[in-house]
Design a protein around this ligand. Sequence first.
Ligand code: ZN
Ligand code: ZN
Length: 580
Amino acid sequence: MLNRQAADLLLELAALLEIKGENPFKIRAYRRAATALEAVEEDIALLAKTGRLQEIEGIGKAINDKIVEYVNTGTISVFERLKAEIPETLLEVTQVPGVGPKLAQRLYYELGVENISDLRTALAAQRIRTLKGLGEKTEAKIATGLALHAENQGRTPLFIASPLAYEVVAFLRRLPSVTHAEVAGSIRRMRETVGDADVVVATDDFAAVARELTQQTLVKHVLAQGDTKVSVILHSGLQLDVRMVAQGAFVSAWHHFTGSKGHHEKLRHLALMRGYSVSEYGLLHKETGRRIEPASEKDLYALLGLPYIPPELREGTSEITAAVADRLPNLVESADIRGDLHVHSNWSDGVVTLAQIAEEAQRRGFEYVGICDHSRSLAIANGLSEQDLMEREKEIAQVNERGEGAILLSGIEVDILTDGSLDFPDAVLARHDIVIASIHSGFQQSREQLMRRMQRAMANPYVHVIGHPTGRMIGRRAAYDVDVEELIRMAKETGTALEINASPYRLDLNDAYAKAAGEAGVLLAINTDAHDLDEFGHLHYGLGVARRAWLQSENIVNCYTLAELRRFLQRKRPGGRVDG
Ligand SMILES: [Zn+2]
Ligand SMILES: [Zn+2]
């Protein structure tokens, strides 16, 4: 099927049009159409031939014609024309955080910046500040963006890589010669970005698997094809390596390719002391020369006298020591989560109604949901006024009364304003079940200013959680300059929980900070910050962070029953007690 290729082409076309400064509605229409094409299960070539493309939502006459042209000729003439006019390398410039299409356009037409290296040169020569309306601040922002860009070069965010890898695995499992297929590598360990995707397959017909894989529709081209390994590049640009092994070697190979290197080094060291060598082919008992092919990873660890070590812990830090001492954490899992404390409804910038949220939450097995719409200052996100909050309150009560879903908690994601005051007076906050305080402005402030804001917010007796505490966006925006160690200390002192924002663009706190918070005895809340029903699924990524942070259900406030949660929500308030 050509669906994905056509979607990719529409996205590139949209980016080029954006650089040209074309009508934003038109650009958005192309992007929407691309998303729609990816979701369509029927072959678009067939839909084009039978004139049924326009039945797809988001595809009108103009885009229909372009897709038909693509199906018939393999390209779109407007796209070819634009490509002749604008260097393709400019697309990468638009991806640098802090640049974007509009600025890229100016840099191109006014300074001749065609690619990343030109951008670096212009920056070094301080030429960007000579353009009208741009100054040192813009240059500083671009410099940070370039550093971030270099750091993420060749890395793919987990939420993009993971579904693709699992889709390939599902495909492989359907092949008759395949007995097992699993995702390994950093995706299995839930790292926030991955260099490439690793898949391990047990099969008795390597050639057949290789043949089928290289013809799979996700595959853009084949990088290398050997007897036991096939490397391909997917349409998203992600490299995917598939290792083929015989059934008996599957567990050892899966374990081996899950990594990390650090974990394996320490594990091999321990194994040697216990008389074994460990490799991707299995365990070898040194004395007898006997090779053992464990039937599960649990067996593999057991042979070495260890309890099972979950993949998220296999980073070569202290997991082996903890395992030897039988002190591994009992990691939080999805069944432990009883609610989500940070969801936006259509009262602010969410797209679904309160009733829909309650139903969806129940469907996912939740007891409760915190409706934390934005506060009034955040106008771009349709922040609510006091009046709006009172009206929303009535609707929340009605939905709860009907009892057709999870219990809705009336909440606010209140802005921590630039001076550290909150966007609503205490009397308003006090009327709500849950208050999450977040920074959405003044990102450029100094560390002292930012920490003063955080301090004031946490000292407030009605603030339960600090939302997305560092403000970073993966690959797009660096964290604001907060002192996380100090933040953790203040959270502990004031009895405020810190959020693990599960939005895959944020994952904030990240794994290392969440681990430090847990160790300090600070409570965490894994929240999706969902603005739409399918974003409830982001919980998976937040759980990944929590598990990589060695957290257990008792560290997480949304593992509490509703009664326990209510006690937590009362404890900072007048008459409550914060005792850790
Ligand atoms: Zn927010
Ligand atoms: Zn939010």
